[in-house]
Ligand binder design. Structure first.
Ligand code: GUN
Ligand code: ZN
Length: 430
C-alpha cells in the first residue's frame, strides 16, 4: 500500500556548492512511499494524481526533510557532552577516556548503546558513521541496538595501543582477532557496515596501523575512519611519533588507509599537500563545527577544502560537540564561516546538503539515502516548531520554503523531530 506524506517537502538532490537551484522545495508537497522506498516526490496534487489509491498522511504543520546523516559521532561519549574548559588532549585524559574505560562493563555498554541510538533518532539522524568502543563487547552492543531500532550505521571497534589509559590499550594481534569477529558478525548484515577505526595516529603504533591495512585488504568493502589535524598540540605529538612522516595524513597514507571509503574527522589545520592528497584519493572529511568551537580546536578552513576539491559533510562529534542535532551543526558551521577570514557564505541549501546528501555521499550511500530521489530508501523526518515558539511564528508567516529552512537551522532549539520513518516505517521515538 502506497503512503503519501503531505506537507512542505524540501531536499537537496544536487550539490549547491556546484549548481545553482540545488534545493528542491514543494510548499504543498507530496512524498509517495511504497515498499520502503521513495516512489515519487513533487507537488501534492501531482503525486496524488500518480497514486490515486494511496493513503494520505497530513504533515502540513512543520516540514518534511530527508533523514539526517551524521558522519562523526562517538557512541561512548553521550555523557561527556558539556565538559567545559579543556583542549583536546586534556579533555581526553581528564574527562573522556575514564568514561570510555567504563564500557568494559557490558551491562553499562548495553544501556549506553540503547540510549545513544534513541538520541540519534530523536534528533532526526537516520544514518551515522559511529566511533565505537575500545571493547569488543560494547561495540557489539552498539550494532545490536542499531539493528533493533532499524538505524543505518557504519561503525567499528576503536583500536589503540599507546598513550591513552592502559585499560583502553590492546595489542595489534588481539585487535585483529576481535575486529575480525565483529566484521564477520555484523558487516553487511541488513543496514550495518563495519569501519576500521584507529582512534588517531597518536594512539596507534605502526604495527596497529598495519593491522588496519590488513583488514582493509582482506575486506575491500570495509570503511575507514579516524581523526586528523584537529589540534596543534596533537599534530606536533604525531610528528614526533612518526619522524619519517612529512605530515599527519602520511601516517595513515603509508598504510594504505587514505581512499574513497575513508572519512577523517576535523582536518582543521591541514597543509596543502594533505588537501591535495585527500582530493586525489577522493577521501573525505567529517566537519564538526560545534566540537571545533567547544574544544577550541579552531575554525574549519572550508574555503580551502572547496578549492582543493576535498569532499566534506557534517558530524556532531558527540561528546566533543554540543549535542546530537545536525540542524545545530548546520547553524554552527554557518556562524563559524562568518567569523573566518576566508569564510564561505553558506545558504540554507548548503546547510541542508551538508546535513544530508553530502554525508550520504562520503559514506558511499549517495544512491541509497540523503535525498528524496525516487528509488532511495524512505528515511524521512517530520520536524515541527514547538508550540508558542519563535520558530512557530516563522512557520506561520514565511512563505518561501528556503527562507523557512534558514529559520529552521537558526532556531533549531525550538524544532522538534515529531516523527521519523526508516525505510517507510515509523520509528518509535520514546
Ligand atoms: N581525537 C582522538 N580521540 C578523540 C575524541 O574522542 N574526540 C575528538 N574530538 N578528537 C579525538
Ligand atoms: Zn571525534
Amino acid at each position: 500500500m502506497t503512503l503519501i506524506l503531505r506537507g512542505r517537502v524540501v531536499h537537496t538532490p544536487k550539490n549547491p556548492f556546484r549548481e545553482i537551484r540545488a534545493l528542491q522545495a514543494f510548499p504543498d508537497g507530496g512524498l509517495a512511499i511504497a515498499e520502503g522506498r521513495i516512489a515519487a516526490v513533487g507537488s501534492f496534487a501531482e503525486v496524488a494524481r500518480q497514486f490515486p489509491g494511496a493513503r494520505v498522511q497530513d504533515c502540513r504543520e512543520g516540514i518534511l526533510l530527508p533523514g539526517l546523516v551524521d558522519t562523526h559521532v562517538h557512541y561512548p561519549q553521550t555523557r561527556v557532552i558539556g565538559a567545559m574548559g579543556y583542549s583536546l588532549l586534556d579533555w581526553l585524559e581528564k574527562r573522556t577516556l575514564p568514561l570510555e574505560a567504563q564500557l568494559a562493563d557490558n551491562k553499562l555498554a548495553r544501556e549506553l548503546a540503547r540510549e545513544f541510538v534513541k538520541l540519534l533518532l530523536r534528533n532526526g539522524t537516520t544514518t551515522a558513521l559511529v566511533f565505537g568502543s575500545h571493547f569488543q563487547g560494547a561495540t557489539a552492543n552498539l550494532f545490536g541496538a542499531a539493528e533493533d531500532a532499524g538505524l543505518r550505521i557504519i561503525a567499528g571497534q576503536v583500536c589503540s595501543d599507546r598513550l591513552l589509559l592502559p585499560q583502553l590499550h590492546t595489542t595489534p594481534e588481539q585487535s585483529y582477532a576481535e575486529q575480525k569477529m565483529l566484521i564477520q558478525r555484523f558487516h553487511g548484515r541488513d543496514k550495518l557496515r563495519y569501519a576500521v577505526t584507529p582512534r588517531f595516529a597518536l594512539s596507534a603504533s605502526e604495527a596497529m596501523l598495519e593491522v588496519c591495512q590488513t583488514l582493509l585488504q582482506e575486506h575491500p568493502d570495509l570503511h575507514f575512519t579516524t581523526h586528523l589535524n584537529e589540534n596543534t598540540e596533537e599534530i606536533r605529538t604525531v610528528a614526533e611519533l612518526f619522524p619519517w612522516s612529512k605530515n599527519y595524513l602520511q601516517t595513515y597514507d603509508r598504510f594504505g588507509l587514505v581512499g574513497q571509503r575513508s572519512v577523517f574527522a576535523h582536518n582543521v589545520h591541514p597543509t596543502e599537500p594533505e588537501l591535495l592528497r585527500l582530493a586525489e584519493a577522493r577521501a573525505a572529511v567529517a566537519h564538526c563545527p560545534s566540537s571545533n568551537a567547544f574544544i577550541g580546536s579552531g575554525i574549519f578552513p572550508m574555503h580551502r577544502h572547496l578549492r582543493f576539491g576535498v569532499r566534506f559533510a557534517l558530524g556532531s562529534d558527540v561528546g566533543g560537540g554540543t549535542g546530537f542535532s545536525l540542524l545545530k551543526e548546520g547553524l554552527t558551521a554557518y556562524i563559524a564561516q562568518r567569523y573566518a577570514q576566508d569564510g564561505v557564505n553558506l545558504t540554507p541549501a548548503h546547510l541542508l546538503y551538508l546535513a544530508t546528501q553530502a554525508g550520504a555521499e562520503i559514506l558511499g550511500l549517495g544512491e541509497e539515502v540523503g535525498s528524496f530521489a525516487p528509488g532511495k530508501a524512505a528515511d524521512v523526518i517530520w520536524v515541527k516548531p514547538e508550540e508558542g515558539s519563535t520558530l512557530e511564528v516563522h512557520f506561520r508567516h514565511l512563505d518561501s520554503v528556503e527562507q523557512l529552512l534558514g529559520s529552521l537551522f537558526t532556531l533549531h532549539g525550538e524544532a522538534k523531530v515529531h516523527k521519523v520513518w526508516l525505510e517507510g516505517r515509523e520509528a518509535p521515538l520514546d
